[in-house]
Write a protein that binds this ligand. Structure first.
Ligand code: SF4
Ligand code: F3S
Ligand code: FES
Length: 248
C-alpha cells in the first residue's frame, strides 16, 4: 500500500523590516508563510521567501557553512547564525530581527565588518614585532604544539558579532570593545612572536571600555556559535590586568 504523503508544517516568519536608506520607510513586522521542507535551514527559507514572495527582503549569506560570519541575526530573540539554524528546531512562528549594536544596512543585514574593522584598528589586533625589518626566521620558527593549539582555538572566531549582540554592556556602552575583542587580545598575548608586554595590553583594554567594563553577564559565552571559551578568557585577562594595574 502506498504511504500517505508526508504533511509539512506551515511556518510563519515574522521579520523586522526597515530600510534606513529610504526616507519614508518605517520599521514594521512583516509576516511570510512558508511550507517547511526536510532539513530546511533559515538560509534556505529566507532565500525561498526572497525568490518567490518578496525580492526586496535584505539579508546576508556568503559561505552557508558557519565560516564567513555574515549571517548573524536575532532568531527568536537569540543571536545566531542563520545558515546553521534548522527550522525544525523552532516552533511554527519564527521571529527574525537584525543584530543590535551594529549599523543597520536594511532588514536583517547589518554592517558587522565596519564595527570589526574599527575594533581591530583601535586594539591593533595583529602581531607586533619590535624589529624594523621583517624577521622571517622568527616568523617561521616552529611553535610549541600545545601553544599553537591554544592560539588556534582562539583564532576560530569568525567575527559574526553574536557575542556583541548578546552582551548587555555592549548594548549600553557604545565604546565597549566586546568579548570578540577581549578574545583577540587574549590570543595575541599568547603569541610568542608578538613583542607587546602586559603593560601594552593593559593600555589597550585595562579600562571600563575593555576588560573592567565587562560585567560577567556571559551572554557572549552562551551564544558564540563557535563555542569559544570566552568566559575563561575574559576571567583570565581580568586577573592579569588587575595584577598589571596594581603594578603600575
Ligand atoms: Fe562570533 Fe564567537 Fe567570534 Fe563572538 S567570539 S564574533 S560570537 S565567533
Ligand atoms: Fe558582555 Fe560577555 Fe562580559 S556578555 S558583560 S562581554 S561576560
Ligand atoms: Fe557564512 Fe552563515 S553564511 S556563516
Amino acid at each position: 500500500m502506498a504511504s500517505a504523503p508526508q504533511s509539512h508544517r506551515k511556518l510563519r516568519f515574522h521579520i523586522l523590516r526597515y530600510n534606513p536608506a529610504k526616507a519614508d520607510d518605517e520599521p514594521r513586522i512583516q509576516t511570510y508563510e512558508l511550507e517547511e521542507a526536510p532539513g530546511m535551514t533559515l538560509f534556505i527559507a529566507l532565500t525561498e521567501i526572497r525568490e518567490k514572495q518578496d525580492p526586496s527582503l535584505q539579508f546576508d549569506f556568503v559561505c552557508r557553512a558557519g565560516i564567513c560570519g555574515s549571517c548573524g541575526m536575532m532568531i527568536n530573540g537569540r543571536p545566531s547564525l542563520a545558515c546553521r539554524s534548522v527550522t525544525q528546531s523552532f516552533p511554527d512562528d519564527i521571529w527574525l530581527a537584525p543584530l543590535p549594536v551594529f549599523e543597520l544596512i536594511g532588514d536583517l543585514s547589518v554592517n558587522t565588518g565596519k564595527w570589526m574593522r574599527g575594533m581591530s584598528e583601535k586594539l591593533e589586533t595583529w602581531v607586533h614585532m619590535k624589529q624594523e625589518e621583517l624577521d622571517f626566521k622568527r616568523i617561521e620558527a616552529p611553535m610549541d604544539p600545545a601553544l599553537a593549539e591554544e592560539i588556534y582555538e582562539l583564532d576560530r572566531c569568525i567575527e559574526c558579532g553574536c557575542c556583541v549582540a548578546g552582551c548587555g554592556t555592549a548594548r549600553m556602552r557604545e565604546d565597549f570593545v566586546g568579548a570578540v575583542a577581549l578574545n583577540k587580545i587574549a590570543r595575541f598575548r599568547l603569541d610568542p612572536r608578538d613583542d607587546r608586554t602586559d603593560e601594552d595590553f593593559y593600555e589597550l583594554v585595562g579600562d571600563d571600555n575593555g576588560v573592567f567594563g565587562c560585567m560577567s553577564l556571559l551572554g557572549c559565552h552562551d551564544v558564540c556559535p563557535k563555542q569559544l571559551p570566552l568566559q575563561t578568557q575574559i576571567a583570565f585577562l581580568r586577573r592579569k590586568m588587575v595584577a598589571q594595574g596594581t603594578k603600575g
